[in-house]
Design a protein around this ligand. Structure first.
Ligand code: 4AD
Ligand code: MG
Length: 447
């Protein structure tokens, strides 16, 4: 029996005869030579079928191979710097072939397909090189997230998906029927994280979150993954440092581990190499001044050359604003102290100036917008009660949350990083729909 290997392991088997199990991406060549571009999930390489080596009968088998046919290929691994593939540099001289299935008329072809067609065929589209590379970047980002938090003393504590009340504003709630009682899919795990820190000090939750976003944009999904660290005895200033250490580690680790994938995606990694602390910090007030100065000059921003509109103090930034602000820096920027009225009920107001709160958004460069939202939390029970009333939230659903401030309340802070936003930014892809295997975008539930 020849050893079975994965393409990624080819480098360790040069000069050996091995078997690779996978799928045919493309067959080319004519006469007595055929080139098979083969993928097996771990990598992509080329197998060369040379008739005099294979014999007539096996060569005839090779010529039956269509795109996505499944095969077991046996042959000699050779090293050749010019050999195409991912990671590249290795190919197989075919000696034997076993066809598992011949695929007929695979619907995704090298021609350009429309996005709706590709999304309808997402179950197949995932096999394409770019989608493969993005999925690997995503898995690497997630591993880096977990490693950093686990190594820095954060305890993973899972938070519920079925919840009785809003965590992040009532306009984007998905309501479901919980045995006759209305319930909501979690928009965030934060409120539960806040209970968990009083038991465990530093925690994080990491899971899918749900927002019934009513508009279709490239930055919004209905279901997205969020990692949310929460820290006891932590004020806003310390939170900013934690965020930038965390994001830098994720970016630098992904650059290191996914060099091949990022190359395949055509990502200009020089734009990511300087993502290292410290990140610039500006306040909302300063950001508003920057925006209004740009608006007066008629500045436009990519991708559609939208002009940067002027903004009134007190309003939330839109996408062109965020793109413009971030474009002024060579790494992500912290924008702190937003107006209290545009932020969630739980944010600590600035004591000397309660119309702004101790919030922070991290804006990524290159038009990727907000990747992190975070804040210092209200720690005074009376203030919190008033905020809940002011936001017209049902107080009894938050009793337990107010309780946290009654028994050993401490200043505490936390943030949430949207995984798809981070993956899209690091991968350099323009739309969040490619940053998750089965995206839930407005108006789509299948596959
Ligand atoms: O700013 P947000 O709403 O913050 C929270 O949910 C806090 N509870 C987090 C915390 O402090 N623990 O969302 C956090 C991040 C955003 O910065 C963005 O990256 C991502 O979640 N996000 C979305 N990603 C994709 N689709 C959507 N509809 C998103 N909404 C937010
Ligand atoms: Mg936010």
């Amino acid at each position: 029996m020849t050893p079975i290997i994965r393409i990624i392991e080819a480098k360790d088997h040069v000069g050996e005869v091995v078997t690779v199990r996978g799928w045919i991406k493309r067959r080319t060549g004519k006469g007595k030579i055929n080139f098979l571009r083969v993928r097996d999930g771990s990598g992509i390489f080329q197998a060369v079928a040379f008739r005099p080596n294979l014999g007539d009968e096996k060569f005839t088998q090779v010529k039956r191979l269509t795109t996505e046919s499944s095969v077991m290929l046996t042959g000699l691994i050779k090293a050749d710097d010019r050999a195409p593939g991912v990671p590249g540099g290795y190919e197989m001289d075919l000696q034997d072939i076993e066809i598992v299935q011949i695929a007929d008329d695979y619907p995704i072809t090298p021609k350009e397909h429309g996005v709706e067609f590709l999304l309808d065929n997402r179950h197949l589209w995932l096999r394409s090189d770019r989608q493969w590379a993005i999925a690997r970047v995503r898995a690497t980002v997630i591993r880096a997230i977990r490693d950093w938090l686990d190594d820095h003393g954060y305890l993973l504590v899972d938070t519920p998906i079925l919840t009785p009340a809003a965590g992040e504003g009532t306009t984007t709630l998905f309501e479901i029927d919980y045995h006759g009682v209305p319930a909501f899919l979690a928009q965030t795990g934060q409120l539960y994280n806040e209970a968990d820190i009083f038991a465990f000090g530093k925690v994080y939750c990491f899971g899918p979150t749900f927002r019934a976003e009513k508009s279709k944009t490239r930055r919004h999904l209905q279901e997205f993954w969020m990692v949310e660290p929460e820290i006891a005895f932590c004020k806003l200033e310390e939170l900013l440092e934690i965020e930038e250490q965390f994001v830098s580690y994720i970016v630098q680790t992904t650059l290191e581990r996914c060099a091949d994938e990022l190359k395949l995606l055509g990502r200009d990694v020089t734009l990511l190499e300087n993502v290292k602390p410290p990140f610039p910090r500006i306040t909302y007030d300063e950001a508003v001044a920057m925006v209004n100065e740009a608006a007066a000059r008629g500045v436009t921003v990519p991708p559609n050359d939208d002009s940067v509109p002027a903004i009134e103090w007190g309003d939330d930034f839109g996408s062109p604003h965020e793109t413009f602000i971030a474009s002024q820096f060579d790494r992500p920027v912290h924008v702190t102290h937003y107006p209290t009225r545009v932020k969630a009920f739980y944010m600590e107001p600035e004591p000397e100036r309660p119309e702004v709160c101790r919030s922070t958004d991290m804006l990524a460069p290159e038009g990727y917008g907000e990747i992190i939202g975070g804040s210092e939390r209200m720690s005074d029970p009376e203030l919190l009660l008033a905020a809940i009333e002011k936001h017209k939230l049902p107080q009894d659903a938050y009793d337990w949350y107010i309780d946290l401030r009654r028994y050993g309340s401490v200043p505490h802070s936390g943030f949430g990083l949207g995984v798809e936003r981070a993956v899209a930014w690091i991968s350099g892809i323009s739309h969040l729909r490619e940053a998750i295997a089965f995206p839930r975008v407005l108006g789509r539930l299948t596959p």
